[in-house]
Design a protein around this ligand. Structure first.
Ligand code: IZC
Ligand code: ZN
Length: 427
């Protein structure tokens, strides 16, 4: 080894490196402060980040693989903290209804929407669901996501909810991306419980023990919404989940402002998600709490909304915000978190620095992985993305395409952009 430090992977000539290593979730004005290392280098050994310095200092290092990142941005792997990853079928026929102006909750009321996906998910085998989930995870990985949260909620019966959770658990084992599971049995009221939502919640809550002992989910979530579950039903259900030792999440204030944001804070939920129509009171409470607001502008866009979540106000008041795709077959059908970063800039008026916090460190904290994901630091698991962009401001600016050049998950290259052979300038 000739006295030189030897590494597995060495990345040199990095134009900008964002470590995102502040530790805790980043709140309020601090979200706009970014540490940028220029002309940086990074070395990985035994799947961990082993060395960070300048390209000049890296000259004395050797590695099995050296990657030249001249002109490029390097960041932690993106964390997507809210997806409905495991489902059967698709809902493209709902597009025409949407164009006719039929609201999302009306489609659901007519047995479409979530309930249509429930039918397809019940009909799909475990293997089919696993294969499909891994297909979507591949797409996420290609777009720079290295950790993802996955919700159940398309079973709405015990058997299918457990099938979905077991698929997510297996996907976490089989796929390089880390998958963190949430039980969302309380996602809609199935037709056989239409007149007795409380009995349905009881049925779902009866799974808590098994889910806990089998380690099938870390979080319990509920859709608190008009025509789905009320604030009171949500409070009772989530309190029970808390008593079972789970951390809490809520689909809150997505369409109607029922006070779900306030409930998330009241219950000490790890995150309140959507918050698209959160009130000033809800924003104030969120800002003075440890609950992270997970904002999903892709869903507002996809549902044809004119207004977006008051994320600007939330940060200005001091809240910690994360961003997510909400990847699901009905209300936001994309695996591309980079596209959501552009929407956060254009529609939520977040700055590029705020957006980077929202898709790395804060997103990791929103799923209880703040110590493992969303940060580049010595001895951390090496989840690193090399982007084909000159600086951190570029991704929210150049939208709708994939900027990922190389994705490293747990110290291994899992994606490299393919060359297209039509230009003599291809790099
Ligand atoms: O399948 O429509 N909002 N749940 C709550 C969703 C959106 C996912 C879906
Ligand atoms: Zn959702």
């Amino acid at each position: 080894m000739s006295g030189l430090e030897h590494y597995d992977i060495l990345i040199t000539n990095i134009r900008e490196l964002l470590p995102m290593d502040q530790g805790g979730p980043v709140k309020g004005a601090a979200m706009n402060k970014l540490t940028i290392l220029q002309d940086a280098a990074l070395a990985i050994r035994d799947r961990r980040v082993a060395w960070i310095g300048t390209t000049k200092e890296a000259k004395t290092l050797s590695a099995a693989t050296t990657i030249d990142a001249t002109g490029k941005l390097v960041t932690p792997g993106l964390v997507d903290p809210h997806t409905h990853l495991v489902f059967g079928g698709s809902r493209e026929e709902e597009m025409a209804l949407k164009q006719q102006g039929v609201p999302y909750l009306e489609i659901l009321k007519q047995g479409g929407g979530i309930l249509a996906t429930v039918e397809a998910t019940r009909a799909a085998s475990y293997e089919e669901l696993l294969q499909k989930a891994c297909f979507h995870l591949d797409r996420m990985a290609m777009h720079g996501i290295t950790t993802v949260e996955a919700k159940s909620g398309y079973g709405l019966d015990k058997e299918t909810e457990l099938k979905q959770l077991r698929v997510a658990k297996q996907a976490n084992i089989e796929h390089p991306i880390d998958v963190v599971s949430t039980f969302l049995g309380a996602h809609a009221i199935p037709t056989n419980f239409k007149d007795d939502p409380d009995a349905f919640l009881q049925e779902m809550a009866s799974l808590f023990n098994l889910i806990r002992t089998e380690g099938l989910a870390e979080f319990i979530d509920i859709f608190t919404e008009t025509g789905v579950f009320t604030v009171d039903q949500s409070r009772r259900y989530l309190q029970l989940a808390k008593d079972h030792g789970f951390q809490l999440k809520l689909h809150a204030d997505e369409i109607d402002p029922l006070g779900g944001t306030e409930l998330a804070v009241e219950l000490g939920a790890i995150s309140g998600d959507h918050l698209a129509v959160a009130t000033d009171l809800g924003i104030e409470k969120l800002a003075n709490s440890d609950t992270i607001g997970v904002i999903l502008p892709g869903t507002s866009f996809y549902l044809g909304k004119d207004s977006f979540a008051p994320a600007r106000k939330m940060i200005d008041k001091g809240a910690a915000i994360a961003l997510s795709t909400d990847f699901n077959p009905g209300s936001c059908v994309t695996e591309n978190l980079q596209l959501i970063m552009a929407m956060a800039s254009l529609k939520l008026k977040l700055t590029p620095a705020e957006i980077w916090h929202a898709v790395t460190i804060n997103a990791a904290h929103a799923i209880g992985k703040g110590k493992e994901a969303g940060t580049i630091a010595i001895d951390r698991k090496a989840d690193v993305v090399i982007w084909d962009v000159p600086n951190y401001m570029y991704i929210p600016y150049h939208y709708g395409v994939n900027h990922a050049n190389t994705v490293i998950k747990n110290g291994e290259v899992i994606f490299e952009r393919q060359e297209i052979r039509c230009s003599k300038y291809a790099t």
